[in-house]
Design a protein around this ligand. Structure first.
Ligand code: ARG
Length: 465
């Protein structure tokens, strides 16, 4: 972005000395905010249309502005546009190019607006589109999880608390737990979008404008739900950016949890799943290695997304009304959040079908660690024992099993009856893994039947979304 023939600044009137070269580069945002050009043009076209409708500019001027801006968009897309740091930001680069292209009509575009309401409008237009893409990407990942859950509805693995074997669960149930987290994420973005889709344009610099503008019209043209209420708040509010970052952070926190499980499960020690080669990388020194780089990187990227949330909160902390140049710092964290979030969602959805379950290994693991101990206690309760007493009886049986190196289901009826005479031949049906999961047969339970019902509900829900 070298600048041999520095263009005239749009605010040079009251200045006698040129801007210090370093200050110029230091205060410029065009290197990153040029990314908003499409939205800046969209906003300008709507603004010019409103100005013409209100008789503030003529229809001929409006037509020239619209055509000029559309041509600039084409030039930018072709790579045939010179961005200038001396013109500071995307807004002044575009306005200056417009005046150069169409002459004096271009100078009327900025009537009744300010870069302060303009930039707030641009970010909202941009973020609205990005949120829609993110919602669709979350949905795609949800569908991938549902497919895997359906395929593995009967697959049994140990469920953990404290990462210690707790009770057997089905893999499908586990996948549907992830689905639920994502469903809340999706709702959070839908909700956040409602507050993004409010139009600040018309607030001008901070106090509104003296021209007879029609903010309802501009809002309609841009697809906003309504114009914002208060001009001071309109130009300075970045709550929507913080809310978005918070929703993004919670989503990343979820992805980091899924990633962590995939990493643990694919280790030699667990061996519950295998990630296909296309989602792993090797080691340059250890020939045997197949590393789960994709989930590890997602887990790692979670840190920067959390960082952006804290960055934005701190950016806004203690800012007096109304617009302050500080706000220029909102864009890079938002851009980085969006880019990484979309990347993580895409690669995660691509990776889920590449997960293959080692059903035998999961089953083996579920058979260790006395996963059906609670089932035995429940059995004794059904036989008339109080739960606390049943807990005690089973605790003794487990201690015996630990010493013997045998699971409850591997003991003889005689041995089991040694702990309680209420135990009968039918005890073995509750001590099996299949019996254990099938018995948790209620809404939200791990029984394969319930998992299938949950999957049906989830599919119907997503179709209606
Ligand atoms: N580049 C600025 C930003 O990103 C645009 C608004 C500048 N307004 C101003 N009065 N300096 O926030």
């Amino acid at each position: 972005m070298s600048d041999p023939h520095a263009p005239t600044k749009l605010w040079s009137g009251r200045f006698n000395e040129p801007t210090d070269a370093f200050v110029e580069a230091f205060t410029a945002s065009v290197e990153f905010d040029r990314r908003l050009y499409k939205y800046d043009i969209q906003g300008s076209i709507a603004h010019a249309t409103m100005l013409a409708t209100q008789g503030i500019i003529t229809d001929t001027e409006r037509a020239a502005i619209v055509q000029g801006l559309e041509q600039i968009a084409v030039r930018i897309e072709r790579g045939d546009f010179t961005w200038s740091v001396a013109l500071e930001d995307v807004h002044m680069n575009l306005e200056s190019a417009l005046t150069e292209a169409i002459g004096s009509a271009g100078k009327k575009l900025h009537t009744g607006r300010s870069r302060n309401d303009q930039v707030a409008t641009d970010i909202r237009l941009w973020l609205r589109d990005e949120i829609n893409l993110i919602i669709a990407a979350v949905q795609r990942l949800q569908l991938a999880l549902i497919d895997l859950a359906e395929q593995e509805a009967e697959t049994i693995l140990p469920g953990f608390t404290h990462l210690q074997t707790a009770q057997p669960v089905t893999f499908g149930h586990h996948m549907m737990a992830w689905f639920e987290m994502l469903e809340r994420d999706r709702q959070r973005f839908v909700d956040c979008s409602k507050r993004v889709n409010i139009m600040p344009l018309g607030a001008a610099a901070l106090a509104g404008t003296t021209y007879p503008i029609d903010r309802e019209l501009t809002a309609n043209l841009l697809g906003f739900d309504r114009p914002s209420e208060n001009s001071l708040d309109s130009v300075s509010d970045r709550d929507f950016a913080i809310e978005f970052s918070a929703a993004a952070s919670i989503l990343m926190m979820h992805l980091s949890r899924f990633s962590e499980e995939l990493i643990i499960w694919s280790s030699a020690q667990f061996g519950f799943i295998e990630l296909s080669d296309s989602f792993c990388t090797g080691s340059s020194i250890m020939p045997q290695k197949k590393n789960p780089d994709v989930p590890e990187l997602i887990r790692g990227k979670t840190g920067r997304i959390f960082g952006h949330l804290i960055g934005l909160l701190t950016l806004m902390k203690s800012q007096p009304l109304a617009y302050n140049k500080d706000n220029q710092e909102d864009k890079e964290p938002l851009f980085d959040t969006v880019d990484n979030l979309k990347g993580c969602l895409k690669v995660f959805a691509d990776m889920i079908p590449a997960v293959s379950c080692r059903r035998g290994t999961m089953r083996e693991a579920a058979l260790q660690g006395f996963a059906t101990a609670t089932d035995l206690a429940d059995y004794l309760v059904r036989g008339g024992l109080a739960f606390r007493d049943a807990h005690e009886v089973v605790g003794r049986a487990v201690a015996y099993g630990v010493k013997q190196g045998r699971d409850l289901s591997q003991m003889t009826l005689d041995e089991l009856q040694g702990f309680s005479d209420r135990i009968q031949e039918d005890v073995f049906t509750v001590l099996t893994l299949e019996g254990s999961v099938a018995a948790r047969d209620h809404i939200g339970g791990t029984a394969p039947k319930q998992v299938r019902t949950a999957i049906r509900r989830a599919r119907a829900h997503l179709q209606g979304a």
